[in-house]
Design a protein around this ligand. Structure first.
Ligand SMILES: [Zn+2]
Length: 360
């Protein structure tokens, strides 16, 4: 069907960009400010791609990438529809709260697909899945390191391994193809949640509903890194090409407002890739396990490594000291792998998360 039917957005018109301010359903969300959503409805029929950012409130390059995509994609050149939501977790975004939603102190990315009678985050994720994701042919959830985290860009999707059902394996295979097409340095395929949690992450919940889905991460430490914005914008454009939604010669990538310089290398790269319609030049390294490292002790964290470093099992990768300056814990890498994200704030709590290591 074209134009696509997303009931909460009302009628979409082929060949146009429309701005929406939507109220998500859910009693807990009744007093929310409306959330901006942009629909880019192509002139021609094709797949429906749903993209959001801001599941976590301090991951700004992802939010900026979604905003910029809304101005970059020309509906005349699109087959299908792209739905863009810059910020899901508006309470966290407004209050600069990392990881969780301040209303219920829940990490929304641990409670997908949500619960219509659950807490605020559960109602919010339930609404996202049911009002948007289930209508899509593919779903991309854009993230980055949150305010205390540095990271190296990577994409996560579900692993085919251990899935008994042929349809589920097919969705996982299509998710991985989208993840590889996104074009970031690493693709991590995971078969189980990395942390015990009540629910799933966005991409896993979408896959459970039969929707091929990825979660892409670039940027971190609470800042607007132009390079990360460029990687995420280009990644979504690569996915659109992978899905056959753009052939691409005329889409323009506008520069950032703060650094709107036509000589920006990121912008040039993005425009060149759109212009040639070529797949990303580099092939992502595939990782199949995500090992998270915690400190037992509270204190001051002194990493000896940085995001992107390769580490070896048994290698000392940092220390935690008490507030007298005495080392209370040596942090040892449990695996051979690459540090995908790293806590960079020195203050750590008991059982606090220090880093995530991707393993081949
Ligand atoms: Zn995140």
């Amino acid at each position: 069907m074209h134009p696509a039917n997303i009931p909460i957005l009302g009628a979409l018109k082929a060949g146009t960009i429309q701005r929406h301010l939507i109220k998500l359903p859910g009693v807990a969300l009744a007093n929310d400010e409306p959330r901006p959503v942009i629909s880019v409805t192509g002139a021609n029929p094709g797949p429906l791609l749903f993209v959001n950012a801001g599941v976590h409130g301090g991951e700004y390059p992802a939010v900026e990438a979604v905003i910029r995509l809304s101005k970059a994609v020309d509906p005349k050149n699109v087959s299908g529809t792209v739905i863009l939501m810059p910020v899901l977790n508006l309470p966290a975004f407004r209050s600069r709260t990392p990881f969780v939603c301040p209303i219920d102190n829940v990490n929304p990315n641990r409670v997908f697909p949500g619960d219509p009678s659950g807490s605020y985050s559960e109602q919010m994720t339930h609404a996202l899945i049911n009002e948007f994701v289930v209508h899509a042919d593919a779903y991309a959830d854009l993230h980055g390191g949150d305010i205390p985290e540095a990271l190296v860009p990577f994409v996560i999707c579900r692993s085919e391994a251990g899935l008994a059902d042929a349809k589920a394996r097919d969705v996982a295979a299509r998710s991985k193809a989208i993840a590889m097409g996104f074009g970031l340095p690493y693709v991590l395929t995971v078969s189980k949640p990395v942390q015990p949690a009540k629910g799933l992450s966005s991409y896993a919940a979408a896959a459970e509903q039969g929707i091929p889905a990825i979660l892409a991460e670039a940027g971190g430490v609470g800042q607007m890194q132009e390079e990360a914005v460029g990687l995420l914008v280009q990644g979504v454009i690569n996915v659109m090409q992978h899905l056959g939604m753009i052939a691409g010669p005329k889409s323009k990538i506008p520069g950032s407002k703060s650094q709107g310089n036509s000589k920006s290398p990121t912008k040039k790269t993005a425009r060149r890739a759109v212009a040639t319609g070529k797949a990303p030049a580099s092939v992502s390294t595939v990782l199949t396990k995500f090992e998270w490292v915690y400190t037992k002790s509270a204190g001051m964290w002194y990493p000896k490594t940085k995001a992107g470093d390769v580490v070896n099992e048994g290698e000392q990768i940092g220390t935690v000291d008490d507030l007298f300056g005495d080392t209370v814990e040596k942090i040892i890498s449990p695996v051979n792998g690459v540090i995908l994200f790293l806590t960079i704030n020195p203050s750590v709590i008991e059982n606090g998360l220090l880093m995530g290591i991707g393993v081949k």
